[in-house]
Design a protein around this ligand. Structure first.
Ligand code: MG
Length: 336
């Protein structure tokens, strides 16, 4: 088995601003494993929120020289305590092993895992925080999308979302990225957003404020989705009072295996599932698209926000996301 890694600076189409950061480029690490004439691809999009960088990813992946299991079923026990703080690196491994294993069986990953068929679903397109002019421009550029997700969590956010509400009648999802720090401020914001008819609000307050989020949820009718509050399936019982659903990202939970466990746990707890992403290439997005048949909400637009995706795979057409029909996760390198 040959294992190789490659760091790529993804170029963002627009400077991407959320409550805690502003970026023009995002580094990701592509992992390729070659075995029996086949290639399995994985990706890590490291998150600075969890202390990850391309260097921590490469350092974790360099420990793999001894090789990887050929069967994804052998994966979970392979990464002991060292996986904490390295979830995106673990996701890269998990995705590459699933891709290779499914390719060797000539099956798409969803079929290998016995998951429901990934039916095409509307994906939201995310609009970062910007000036009113640029945000209106982004809404125009999102003409083919049926649902918009707007980043919030700053002082001026309600005014900006009002502007967007006036320029489109599409469903709007709001992601505060933990930006509202007191429950009084959050209540004011959430009530204003309820008036504007938003579909749901993601992570209204910091993950450390679970009690405050549960307090807020009692007072309004808008569903709350947990993102930063959720890492693993063990978190779910504690989140039930505060949230209506969870945002599952392969980079945050460690790949397709952990994501399937999260989906099961959420549905058993009567919570909704949203498939989310980081800024990623078509490798990460196409892997997540294998789960399209399992989720109530889809927000898989990370590859659409960049201008130098080295891969093709899952396709967004007229705002609908289609999983690739190929074997594995269904990605191919774009011709240079
Ligand atoms: Mg989020």
């Amino acid at each position: 088995m040959k294992i190789s890694t490659e760091t790529i600076e993804l170029r963002l189409r627009h400077t991407f601003t959320i409550a805690r950061s502003s970026r023009t480029h995002v580094p990701v690490v592509i992992l390729t494993i070659e075995h029996g004439g086949l290639c399995g691809y994985g990706e890590a999009s490291p998150s600075t929120r969890y202390g990850e960088t391309p260097e921590t990813v490469l350092s974790f992946l360099s420990t793999l020289e001894r090789g990887l299991p050929a069967d994804p079923g052998d994966l979970p026990g392979s990464f002991p305590a060292s996986a904490e703080g390295n979830r995106s690196a673990v996701a890269a491994i998990d995705i590459a092993v699933h891709d290779l294993a499914a390719k060797s069986r000539n099956l798409p990953v969803w079929r290998m895992l016995g998951l429901p068929e990934p039916v095409p679903r509307p994906t939201s397109l995310t609009i970062g925080i910007d000036t009113p002019e640029v945000m209106r421009q982004k809404v125009r550029e999102a003409a083919s999308f049926r649902v918009l997700k707007v980043k919030a969590g700053i002082e001026d956010d309600i005014r900006l979302i009002e502007l967007i509400r006036k320029s489109t009648d599409k469903p709007i999802r709001v992601d505060a990225n933990e930006g509202w720090k007191s429950r009084e401020v959050a209540l004011e914001k959430v009530r204003a957003l309820a008036e504007l008819g938003v579909e749901f609000i993601e992570q209204p307050m910091p993950s450390s404020c679970l009690g405050d989020i549960a307090w807020l949820r009692e007072k309004v009718d808008v569903p709350f989705i947990a993102d930063e509050s959720l890492r693993t399936a063990e978190d779910i019982p504690a989140l039930r009072d505060a949230f209506d659903g969870i945002n599952i990202k392969l980079m945050k939970c460690g790949g397709l295996g952990p994501a399937c466990a999260l989906i099961d746990a959420a549905h058993k707890a009567s919570m909704k599932v949203m498939l989310g992403c980081m800024i990623e290439t078509s490798v990460g997005i196409s892997a997540a698209a294998q789960l399209l048949g399992t989720a109530e909400y889809v927000d898989l637009d990370g590859n659409l926000l960049i201008s130098n995706d080295p891969f093709t795979g899952a396709v967004a057409d007229s705002g609908m996301l289609y999983a690739s029909s190929g074997s594995g996760i269904g990605v191919a390198r774009r011709p240079a």
